[in-house]
Design a protein around this ligand. Sequence first.
Ligand code: DP6
Length: 329
Amino acid sequence: MASQKATAEAKSNIAFIKYWGNRNNALRIPLNDNLSMNLDHAFTTTTVAFDAQINADQIVIGENEAQGAARDRVIAHLDRVRAIAKIETRARVQSQNNFPMGAGIASSASAFAALSLAATRAAGLELSERDLSMLARLGSGSACRSIPGGFVEWIAGHGGNASYAYSLAAPAHWDLRDVIAIVSAEEKKVGSSDGHSIAHTSPFLLTRQNNLPARFHRVRHAIRARDLALLGPAIEEDAVELHLIAMTSRPPIFYWSPGMVRVIDAARAWRADGLAVYFTLDAGPNVHLICESKDADQVASRAREIADVQQVIVNAPGDAARLIEAHLF
Ligand code: DP6
């Protein structure tokens, strides 16, 4: 194998129809089709080099050598790449986010998307977008949606080779904004993987399954038609429903915090006042305020005035994962 170093940048994404619960946990086949938008100001950059001189993978995330479960999860992903490339060589990996980790900005999505692209290229492989999204999915489900650009649909599929993401519309299709109000930058206490694995214990999961097809079509149509008044109520419903499942799982998971509820209340009050803004949530404490670009400054400045909000990150639709020249080592 030609010794290669590759660096990739992948955007995080915010789901409009959420992925919560798997049909197959090991293969990360989700219970339902879901939809997201990539975020141009929340991304991970990862450099990978396979190096015949080392006998163990070396993984640095941010400033620190990765430890424990986070390290094992990256090694498991490198093993998938090694299996495809039919190599045994260990790798040096360095990764950094431009946003706080574990704070509900779906850092695993951009992380495993960037790792998948950088590692396959460093191993001399050139996968199609579809195959790359399926590889990223095995690392973290939502990562498959950070491979294509813009507005992205993840087809749940019924087998490991039928569950992948593709771009429904390019970033330029709709000048939407996700104004992220960071309420807490602390790492969340219960990871998404644990949440997915107990979603079936919620007595309301069946209700969600019944609600989803109609809502999914509404959201997809709203994106195609650039119709915020149609999109907004549907994404709010879906976010609340995800948290309803989490809170009623056994054991229950509470991602909600008083600060988060205050931001939601504020957004609803602004809307009652004529500002077209809708909220969505991830499995974390932050609030994603969705609006059109013309209203983004207004939404951001109002969000900054809320005492609970530590930081505001304004995102336009982000592009696909891509290779870049600026290596991290
Ligand atoms: C609430 O993709 O982080 O953000 O596959 O276990 O890594 P794993 O889970 P992950 O779950 C994302 C959950 C979510 C909703 C979403 O992004 O669709």
